[in-house]
Write a protein that binds this ligand. Structure first.
Ligand code: LLP
Length: 420
């Protein structure tokens, strides 16, 4: 466990969070390198000798240090933009181990992906398939492709992060996939490699994944009958984590269940949250305590622009005090709210804690979709990120300065003789 109390102070590995706050200031994202490594290895080792590639979903946390740690383990990457591709390359990842997902790859993105030689394009529509073929033809290359199908299963997760139902914009209907594969098979600029699906995120039961797999395997058989050979199955990401003590998926059991169904076909998985979610925390400082007849507000220095998940999905993050024993704090049911001018600016609601002004609090399980979804709303510089390994800590992204926030902006320049 990367985060635990030692002498009543929350630590990241062997480093007291209080020391990190002194060194780097508040608010702060803190990542445990050991947790990231262990989480990735758990997926990788579950496959044993079965052919597989664990492609970490970069969108969950795209800090170069995180990508570099995973690249060193031999991880593949699931990318959704040219930006993510360049990050992976800059962090030492291999293009040949990248799968390129996303519903709207641009011509420039496809050109670059072909230039560096990504492992596979996960294609999400007939139009996208035509575009990839056209770009491949123009540069005289063959594009490796998978079709992302929509298996129409209910992932039983938050509607915003459910993707495998017909009402979602993702993938193509199972019934249309066969035609697309035939089209791809007949093109000398497309190289059919895989079959892909991703049904959603923060899924805490294996059943929806196996329902989707059963449907995908039926399609695989149909493709085989038509002489279309699929060499890998990409089952996407989506494995949920424990945010508030919930039971979630046992990775070994999940992988065993997959292997028992797929014969010798190579498996690609695209886990994001399950690798970094519990390997990161967001630390914030209590600025003011403000109580009225109905509510107790702890106004903290972190806000929805830093950690959007509570406001956006009503997501729950456990709140832990950095000092476990606060005997002088005010005991109440606190709402943790930020300084942003929005009622929706909260990080947690109704938490029983003894609090004092100046306390540091950790929002747990914030390593995935935390920093990557942060913004500069209210002209707030994005916070610093720190990585810890054993007793060592390093700054892996410096805190932005206010001046940096408007370096790309210009005031309207009035020409000397303005004509209207
Ligand atoms: N592959 C594809 C094609 C995806 O769309 C996603 C996530 C993943 C893999 C990784 O899924 P994971 O293993 O992390 O569940 N911002 C939301 C989550 C959005 C997920 C989008 N797609 C949140 O904070 O909960």
């Amino acid at each position: 466990m990367g985060f635990s109390y030692k002498n009543q102070i929350l630590h990241a590995e062997s480093v007291a969070i209080t020391d990190l706050m002194k060194a780097y200031g508040s608010p702060l994202y803190v990542y445990s390198r050991t947790d990231i490594e262990n989480n990735w290895r758990e997926f990788d080792q579950a496959f044993g000798a079965h052919p597989h590639l664990v492609c970490y979903a970069v969108k969950a946390n795209s800090n170069l240090a995180v990508l570099n740690v995973l690249a060193k383990l031999g991880s593949g990457f699931d990318i959704v933009s040219i930006g993510e591709l360049e990050r992976v390359l800059a962090a030492g990842g291999k293009a040949g181990q990248c799968v390129f997902s996303g519903v709207a790859k641009t011509v420039i993105e496809i050109e670059r992906a072909l230039e560096v030689g990504v492992r596979c394009f996960n294609v999400e529509s007939a139009s996208e398939l035509s575009r990839i073929e056209a770009v491949a033809r123009s540069v005289g290359k063959q594009a490796p492709i998978s079709i992302r199908v929509n298996p129409n299963v209910d992932a039983k997760t938050h509607p915003y992060i459910s993707t495998g139902l017909k009402e979602n914009k993702f993938g193509v209907d199972m019934s249309d996939a066969l035609n697309l594969y035939q089209q791809a098979q007949n093109s000398k600029y497309l190289n059919v490699q895989g079959l892909d699906c991703h049904i959603g995120s923060q899924i805490t039961e294996v059943a929806p994944f196996l329902d989707a797999l059963d449907k995908v395997l039926l399609l695989l058989e149909q493709l085989k009958d038509k002489g279309i050979d699929i060499t890998h199955l990409d089952l996407g990401g989506g494995v949920g984590i424990d945010y508030e003590g919930e039971q979630t998926i046992d990775i070994k059991a999940y992988v065993d269940a997959i292997i028992s169904k797929v014969g010798l076909t190579e498996i690609i998985l695209e886990p994001g949250r399950a690798i970094v979610g519990n390997a990161g925390i967001f630390v914030t400082k209590v600025e003011f305590l403000k109580q009225n007849s109905e509510h107790s507000f702890a106004i903290v220095d972190g806000a929805m622009n830093d950690l959007l998940r509570p406001s956006f999905y009503n997501a729950y993050h456990q709140v832990l005090p950095i000092n476990e024993k606060n005997t002088t704090g005010v005991q109440a049911q606190w709402d943790l709210v930020g300084p942003i001018c929005e009622t929706g600016d909260f990080l947690a609601k109704n938490r029983a804690l003894p609090l004092s002004e100046g306390d540091y609090l950790a929002l747990m399980s914030a390593g995935a979709y935390g920093f990557t979804m942060s913004s500069n709303y209210n002209t707030r510089p994005r916070v610093a990120e720190v990585m810890v390994a054993n007793a060592t800590h390093q700054l892996v992204r410096k805190r932005e300065t206010v001046a940096e926030l408007f370096t790309h902006e210009h005031v309207w320049h009035t020409p000397t003789k303005e004509t209207i």
